[in-house]
Design a binder for this molecule. Structure first.
Ligand code: SAH
Length: 357
């Protein structure tokens, strides 16, 4: 389907040749006028294109809230400290977190909340969800304050950072690129990569390197190392490369071709958690996980928490919602296994983030 962004991309390719998938993904998601994250008004939730864990159940954000309170306690209750979130979507996760943390007045008084978000539409939604809280926004991680320890949370953030795609066929390594077919429409093609010196991939395997995720993670981990603190990353992904392509596009909860309606679909790819862990270790952080979201949430006490809020649920419908939310977040066939959780921590050896033991 043609869109204003498809026409822009076609012109770019006509002038400069085929573009790598990361460039294409980045235009689809973050183009200032036509990007999906920058323009789409209804992205998350039942009416949007996809649903995320915090939108499924308040239990998710509550467990992250308990996790944060525990870690802040282990760190010796530093004040001030910075609580930051990357890509907060509608602000639901942070709202659930802050509701839990408001039971700890000492923590709230010590805390400064900072959000990193590129989309003005999302910032407006976040401001509504977090009405009454003192929150500061930034459009890049680099601008987060450096003058206090920092704990950074993010859910479904890294999957939105673009990947390239490399495939090995026999002796060749090719990059998958977006070009034009005979009619001038967008089409996938291959471009040889001349200088690969080692065969890292099995024959036929596809790997998705992501320069954007690498630089983001490196900057994040280097900062944690210098500043003190921790990061908690949750996303769909794998612990070691799976050898198949994972870039996917979704519109109205349905999978669509990744070249379909550029700028009007969510385009993401699974996150390589093994790579994130390696990059964190390279900055001398201690790494916990990756573990499955189901394990992480169960070890954090989600079942007991669900039982507690079940007691105060007003009716059967509310009870059903709590139970179905619990199942969707934790069961293997739902989000429980595909979603991975990784924490990286700087500072003293005794710090042990909850949910991993
Ligand atoms: N964490 C939310 C939303 C996930 S969608 C949830 O779980 O529901 C990805 C979010 O990251 C969106 O808010 C999107 O606008 C934002 N985003 C995408 N790329 C970004 C970037 N490079 N920097 C900051 N935010 C980004």
């Amino acid at each position: 389907m043609t869109t204003p962004l498809a026409e822009i991309i076609q012109k770019m390719i006509a002038a400069h040749g085929p573009m790598d998938l990361a460039t294409y993904m980045n235009l689809c998601l973050a183009h200032p006028e036509h990007g999906y994250y920058t323009t789409a008004s209804q992205v998350f939730g039942a009416r949007g294109d996809f649903t995320t864990a915090p939108e499924i159940s308040q239990l998710f954000g509550e467990m992250i809230g308990f996790w944060l309170a525990d870690l802040w306690g282990q760190m010796g209750k530093p004040g001030p400290f910075i609580l930051a979130e990357l890509g907060p979507g509608r602000g639901t996760l942070m709202a659930d977190v802050l509701r839990i943390l408001s039971r700890l007045p000492g923590m709230v008084a010590a805390m400064r909340v900072h959000l990193v978000e590129i989309s003005d539409i999302r910032i407006a939604e976040q401001a509504r969800a977090l009405h009454g809280y003192d929150v500061t926004w930034h459009d890049q991680i680099d601008d987060l304050p450096r003058d206090a320890p920092i704990i950074i949370i993010n859910n479904e953030f890294f999957d939105a950072l673009p990947v390239r795609q490399v495939v090995r066929t026999g002796d060749r390594h090719d990059e998958i690129v977006v070009g034009l077919d005979g009619d001038g429409n967008l089409a996938l093609g291959r471009r040889p990569i001349p200088f690969i010196t080692e065969t890292v991939l099995a024959d036929g395997a596809v790997y998705e390197p992501s320069p954007a995720r690498d630089v983001t993670a490196q900057a994040l981990f280097a900062r944690l190392s210098a500043q003190g603190g921790a990061v908690l990353t949750i996303d769909y992904g794998y612990d070691t490369p799976i050898g198949t392509p994972t870039v996917q596009a979704v519109q109205d909860h349905q999978p669509v071709d990744i070249l379909h309606a550029p700028g009007q679909c969510d385009v993401t790819a699974l996150v390589d958690f093994g790579r994130l862990a390696d990059l964190a270790r390279a900055e001398n952080l201690r790494v916990f996980g990756p573990v499955s979201q189901g394990d992480f949430l169960r070890k954090s006490g989600i079942v007991a928490r669900a039982e507690k809020i079940l007691q105060t649920a007003r009716d059967d419908a509310a009870r059903d919602e709590i139970l179905s939310g619990l199942a969707r977040l934790t069961e293997g066939a739902q989000m429980g296994t595909l979603f991975r959780v990784l924490a990286a921590v700087s500072g003293p050896d005794h710090l042990k983030p909850a949910g991993f033991a």
